[in-house]
Design a protein around this ligand. Structure first.
Ligand SMILES: [Fe+2]
Length: 74
């Protein structure tokens, strides 16, 4: 099957950025363990929630760019 290197490169970079999002999430969970102010904890939880949304969006984006094969439905 013919591949599109430009799309593959985009998918690889998206995956790299997604890994950064997951690393950031872990970092915020670590921060959550040492921050004691409930208001600050709430901010950190909101940031984690946002980062999870970013990771979800990037996962979908990477799958869109990686090739012409559609995702299985089962
Ligand atoms: Fe993010």
């Amino acid at each position: 099957m013919e591949s599109n290197n430009t799309n593959y490169e985009a998918a690889a970079w998206i995956a790299t950025n997604n890994a950064d999002e997951l690393s950031a999430i872990q970092g915020y969970y670590n921060l959550l363990e040492i921050v004691t102010d409930p208001a600050d904890q709430a901010v950190i939880k909101e940031i984690i929630s946002d980062e999870k949304n970013h990771a979800h969006l990037l996962t979908e984006m990477a799958l869109k760019y990686d090739s012409g094969i559609a995702e299985a439905k089962d």
